[in-house]
Design a protein around this ligand. Sequence first.
Ligand code: H79
Length: 418
Amino acid sequence: VAAAPGDNYVVDDALSGTRTRWFDEARFGMFIHFGPYAVYQGQYGTCREVEWIKRQCNIPWSDYEAKAATFRPTSFDANAIVQMAKQAGQKYIVITSKHHDGFAMWPTSVNRWNLRDHSGFSRDLLRELKDAATANGIKLGFYYSIWDWHDPDFVANFPAYVTKMKAQLQELVTNYDPALLWFDGEWAETNPTNPWSEQNGEDLERFVRAISPQVVTNNRIGKRRLVDGDYGTPEQALAGSPPSAQLQETCMTINNTWGYAAWDTNFKSPTQLVRDLAHLTSNGANLLLNIGPTPTGTVTAGQSAALNGVGTWMTTNGAAITGAGYTGLVGQPTWGKVTRKGNKLYLVVNNWATTLHLSQRSPFTVTGARVLGSASPVSVRPSGDGYDFLPSGGATNVIATVIEADITTPTPAAVGTG
Ligand code: H79
């Protein structure tokens, strides 16, 4: 059976299709970068950096460890964060369990470089987030950095480091049952004698799948080949045109930085975010949109306003995104993006006009159309290489107005011999 666009083409084990189904329907998720780097608020002396601040600003470990000991996210409100994601139309959350600084956000037994033992913070934020997410039908995943600056064994004794890394992953998967593992730092250059190899990736993938066959993983578990993990991870870049040979999820900052930086208030507009989300959906790809909480665990007004704006749009127009994907159409119109879910097309129109032409070289017939969230009718007529949509009214949404169209597809001719 030929894979449909949006399917995971690289079936490297029997479960990959069902494992990734929720992920391929979700389309929109929340990324959270949270760790002791937040305490610096993006600045060390005159040096400005964020989750890379330890390394890029040459902070001595003594200073970084002292700072991390003051990390007290007392205002972290898992339920509020989950509600924020839910309101935005996001279906999953991925939080940093350990970034490159090696600091574990859960009470790991593998070392004391963690929020409970090092910072003396007794709450388990990952547990709180898991419980709030589960109660609200949101999936929870963990980011985990393979690269670790803090553990000397990463450079001195790589096999010993890998053993500890696996022990941490065993804790995470066994104790929190994450829906997804988001690996990063597989490209680390600080370990020239033991660069992360294709073999390391395959071994780690077997390891996590043995604990949880259902856990979805990104391709940075290995060397980002098509066979590594379940999906590709373009960073700060929109995924390419379909059909791609692997599921795709673009991760993106909501301002310019991943972790919290007090000076970074360059928030993307809801209009821009919706445009990116529709673009990715039209290509069968996901958007993982990041927030970076403050050191006390709060989400800033700029971040929540951007998410809220997207959420307001999603309330009326979410049908064009959630569960939707690639249309089978060739190319995209100049006025917006087109997505598809079953026998519906969604025309996400950024530049409204009295005639919207859809160039359509696929064998389906448009039988009717309407504006989402509006009683305003839209007539449709065959025109040139496709259809003209003729809305009777103006745009109803300042971000993007969505026309939902009914389509019928002819029964495909039988292929081969019967
Ligand atoms: O977790 C986020 C980033 O910290 C991480 N991946 C996302 C999801 C990431 N690591 N590396 N990169 C992204 C790209 C590398 C950028 C670099 Fe640099 C340029 C590394 C050194 C110079 C970024 C900019 C870090 C310091 C300056």
